[in-house]
Design a protein. Structure first.
Length: 422
């Protein structure tokens, strides 16, 4: 009820409502698009991907953003963020049209993956911009609720988009039709972004010329992360570590439901696991606005990490379909609880003129955690995915974070407060 009440209250705020619509229309279209992508690459019987090839696909999609992301951070802090969002969505439309032209080809070539890479990379730019925009559409005391409602509603919209895409495939629509439907949705998302109010940055007087952009990237990242608030650096480490169990488990689930748990319905069974993960995300949105203010953001995150440690330790050795679904639920729940908390703490403690760069660094670390998890999976997972002991290792990581996070936060907070950063 707390989540629904937060949705009802926030949607009465015109500026938040516009940001909310911009997010969910984009996320819904992503869900539709990724059904076509999964059908074409992951669950195509002619493309029997193993752990290494799936991990490589993760890297192809995510690693380049680690290079491109900081450039967008400079733009988000120096250029009109609404304009950046609109242009980024239009770039995605063009890239999706290119994918639509190639998706009927029997070969998945370099150009196909380059266009998919562009779609995913620009999407991360959009999410960073939406996060940096949040303090401009809600007051500080509503940031936790807003960061619970918006990303979680985006995840639900993404899931619904996946359902719609799956439904289109089930009634006989081709991958081409599904990709075109996704492209139309992104075009609508571009229009909704154009209706946003001013979302920063507050000061654009020092917008760099194009020839100065590379230098601004380096100095901006140093300013936002290296010499910026120590709290931000601690939060980035936390984000990276929480992505490891999530990314590893995603890869393992794909292998399990393509292999020993396939039973003739691999994509459907993996979809059930995905629904379990989505339920974990949704529950996090219900719990966080209610419980985080009562416990405090950092103690709350530590307790959620402890829950993740417990579930991984108890159920990790049980390689059964129902256990995989439950672990996926718990890992997603823990990940989203921590993410909502980190989003709010970043917005509360990082100055606005650094916020775009800080969230771009956040997205780089977020993606790097997924790539690192996929690399671990490529090394540790057999083709079947049948191995249980890595989950115990992740239980240890969760437990260590739950133990050390509160004291580390207190320490860096004292250091930051002793040397205010503007």
């Amino acid at each position: 009820m707390t989540f629904l009440r937060a949705v009802w209250t926030l949607l009465h705020l015109r500026d938040f409502r516009r940001l909310f619509v911009a997010r969910i229309t984009s996320s819904f279209s992503d869900g539709v698009f990724q059904v076509a992508l999964a059908s074409h690459v992951l669950f195509n019987p002619e493309k029997a991907a193993d752990a290494r090839s799936i991990a490589l696909a993760f890297a192809v999609v995510l690693l380049p953003y680690s290079v491109l992301g900081p450039f967008v951070g400079v733009l988000l802090d120096r250029w009109n963020r609404r304009r950046v969002l609109v242009v980024s969505q239009l770039i995605r439309v063009v890239a999706m049209v290119g994918v639509a032209a190639l998706v009927m080809s029997p070969d998945t070539g370099a150009l196909f993956f380059a266009l998919v890479l562009l779609v995913f990379s620009v999407n991360r730019f959009i999410l960073a911009g939406l996060a940096a925009a949040m303090p401009h559409v809600v007051t500080r005391d509503r940031l936790v609720s807003a960061n619970s409602v918006a990303p979680t509603s985006g995840s639900i919209a993404y899931l619904l988009g996946g359902v719609v895409g799956t439904g289109l495939r089930a009634v006989g629509a081709s991958e081409l039709v599904v990709v075109v439907a996704a492209a139309l949705g992104v075009l609508f998302a571009a229009w909704t972004a154009s209706r946003l109010p001013f979302i920063g940055p507050d000061d654009t007087s020092d917008a760099p010329a194009l020839r100065q952009l590379a230098g601004s990237v380096l100095s901006g990242i140093v300013e936002a992360v290296v010499t910026g608030p120590r709290r931000a650096r601690l939060l980035l480490v936390l984000v990276f570590l929480t992505r490891l169990p999530f990314g590893f488990f995603l890869l393992q689930s794909l292998l399990l439901f393509r292999g020993p748990f396939e039973h003739g319905h691999g994509a459907l069974n993996f979809g059930i696991a995905a629904v379990g993960a989505a339920a974990g995300f949704t529950l996090a949105a219900f719990v966080t606005p209610w419980l985080a203010p009562r416990l405090g953001p950092v103690p709350y995150a530590a307790r959620m990490l402890a829950i993740g440690a417990l579930v991984c330790a108890v159920l990790g050795p049980l390689l059964m379909p129902w256990a995989i679904v439950v672990i996926g639920f718990a890992v997603s729940f823990t990940s989203q609880c921590v993410k909502i908390t980190v989003d709010s703490l970043m917005q509360a403690y990082v100055p606005d003129h650094l916020l775009g760069r800080a969230f771009s660094a956040y997205d780089v670390v977020y993606n790097a955690g997924m790539v690192a998890a996929a690399a671990l999976g490529a090394v540790l997972l057999p083709t079947s995915g049948l191995v249980w002991w890595p989950m115990l290792g992740f239980a240890v990581i969760y437990g260590a974070m739950a133990t050390f996070l509160p004291r580390q936060w207190d320490r860096v907070s004292r250091l930051d407060d002793a040397r205010p950063l503007g």
